[in-house]
Design a protein around this ligand. Structure first.
Ligand code: NAD
Length: 506
């Protein structure tokens, strides 16, 4: 193997691993496997940048982040090609996720000051002599661990927001997409003239573990729930706070008054695009029985156009992580063994690198196709007698990431009752493209939020300050407080909070 110069250590003898094109097995690039010492050194370098990066203030950082945005935008074709080669996804899909990340970059750069800068809050009657304010200060150095399925959009949801909030970042991309991570770090490095405010360490799980136990101030993890548990346990060593963005088993609910053609188009896209390797992709579909047959006709007709392959006409690419092929096959086998009906594809649709679109109906709720994240181009579509039943089944999962509803009259009411972090009505995944909305889940889908004001605040700590404007009418925090003052305080609190009217009416 040709020796590579490690951008983190400067050495040519660091052990390496290959990034492969999942469509054909070609080596796309060779990257260092960074050791715990390498990770610690990267974190130490990031720590050395804290004062400079924080000292730039919101305005100074916004200028640099906007410049970075310009570089990414002007070279979008270059990054698209790397994403395509490392994940196998079609160029159009790769470009779409980059475009969304660019929009988030713009939003975070423009809004960090307003969201996180110091602002006044009311002091309340008791403390009316105080001027109160809160600001959100950066934590220090943030570690970020990312997955491969959306190697730009997903980690950038943490990277951008952590940087905009004032934290240098050390990023460990997935071992399936190290080239994407390296490209992102290199382009920001150009803008900041080589200052290590955003470094990439590459490697396998051990490198990720090393980042968890390094001297970071917060760790943002996106990946599987199984790894998320290990990450949380490792971060506990130093009491390092974590964000966990894990998997999902999202549902699409279709009511009887829905636009069925639109619902079928959205379901197909959400479940099959990116070969089903989407954390917020539809895996389960609950359709009102009155429109079930009509919906299935639409869905299967539209699905006929979609094919997996490596050629330019194929709408979906390969399964990026080879081990997932067995998982997809086992879910389909289990569903069919338990009585599901195969409408399109089926267990034989799972090939050596590609999985053809698969649609099942009447899938038993206890089959793994309904209970575990499949992460393949499969849809399980079941009829329901009512929207109450649809909601109960949609919520009958330990995951709680996102979901969608197609309905004319009751869309909002149904969406409110779905236990998940995000729901889109009459569209799919729309919330991911709205930079001011938080992104994240509940239950086994994790906790914490990226994107929007919540996503900025995740990478900060709240700093409250009060400034006494004049002496208090009642001096309570002094040893010279006397019985008269206590009596007045009791009277005041009685007036403020003792009224019966505050009790809820029966
Ligand atoms: P994964 O858990 O296998 O790996 C994620 C990352 O963790 C990789 O960088 C990996 O190298 C690293 N890692 C592995 N072992 C580690 C350890 N012991 N300590 C620290 N880091 C370690 O996940 P994946 O296969 O890359 O991604 C697919 C999963 O990600 C799916 O479950 C998908 O739903 C989920 N995902 C969630 C979101 C979200 O926002 N909720 C977004 C995208 C993907």
């Amino acid at each position: 193997m040709t020796a590579i110069i490690d951008r983190i250590t400067g050495s040519t003898s660091t052990p390496t691993f290959d990034s492969l094109n999942p469509a054909n097995g070609d080596v796309v690039g060779t990257y260092p496997i960074h050791s715990a010492e390498d990770v610690d050194a990267a974190v130490a370098r990031a720590r050395g940048e804290v004062a400079w990066w924080q000292g730039l203030g919101f305005d100074g950082r916004a200028v640099l982040l906007q410049q970075w945005k310009g570089v990414i935008t002007r070279r979008i074709a270059q990054l698209t090609e790397i994403v395509h080669r490392e994940t196998g996804k079609p160029h159009g899909d790769a470009q779409l996720e980059i475009a969304l990340a660019i929009d988030h970059l713009d939003w975070a750069a423009k809004h960090a000051k307003k969201v996180l800068g110091r602002h006044k809050v009311p002091s309340g009657l008791l403390m009316s002599n105080q001027a109160s304010s809160v600001a959100y200060h950066p934590l220090g150095v943030v570690g970020i661990i990312g997955p491969w399925n959306y190697p730009v959009f997903t980690p950038m949801g943490s990277i951008i927001y952590a940087l905009a909030a004032g934290n240098p970042v050390v990023f460990k991309p997935s071992e399936y997409t190290p080239g994407v991570g390296a490209w992102l770090a290199d382009t920001l490095s150009e803008v900041v003239h080589g200052r290590p405010v955003f470094q990439v360490v590459t490697g396998l799980g051990d490198t990720g573990h090393a980042l968890c136990v390094s001297d970071i101030d917060k760790l943002a993890f996106t990946g599987s729930g199984a790894t998320g548990r290990k990450v949380m346990a490792a971060c506990a060593t130093n009491l390092t706070p974590v964000i966990i963005e894990a998997g999902g088993k999202d549902s699409m609910i279709v009511d009887e008054d829905a636009d069925l053609a639109a619902a079928a188009e959205a379901t197909l896209w959400s479940g099959i695009a990116n070969a089903g390797q989407t954390c917020i992709g539809t895996e389960r579909v609950y359709v009102h029985e009155k429109v079930f047959d009509a919906f299935m006709r639409e869905l299967t007709t539209q699905a006929g156009e979609v094919r997996a392959g490596a050629d330019g006409d194929a709408k979906i690419g390969p399964i990026t992580m080879p081990s997932q092929l067995d998982v997809i096959k086992s879910h389909l086998d289990d569903a069919v063994a338990k009585g599901a009906t195969v409408v399109l594809g089926g267990p034989d649709a799972v090939g050596e690198r590609f999985v053809q679109p698969t649609i099942l109906t009447h899938v038993p709720e206890d089959s793994t196709e309904m209970t575990e994240e499949t992460f393949g181009p499969t849809l399980a579509v079941n009829p329901v007698t009512s929207m109450d039943e649809a909601i109960e089944l949609a919520n009958g999962t330990r995951y709680g990431l996102a979901g969608a509803v197609f309905a004319k009259k009751n869309g909002m009411a149904i969406a409110e009752r779905i236990r998940s972090g995000m729901t889109s009505i009459n569209a799919v995944s729309a919330y991911a493209g709205v930079p001011s909305l938080p992104f994240g889940g509940v239950g086994d889908s994790g906790f914490g939020r990226i994107h929007g004001p919540d996503g900025l605040k995740e990478f900060t700590y709240a700093k409250a300050i009060t400034r006494q404007r004049f002496k208090p009418l009642l001096a309570l925090t002094t040893f010279s407080r006397d019985a008269k003052t206590d009596a007045r305080a009791a009277k005041l609190i009685g007036i403020l909070h003792g009224g019966k009217s505050t009790l809820p009416k029966r």
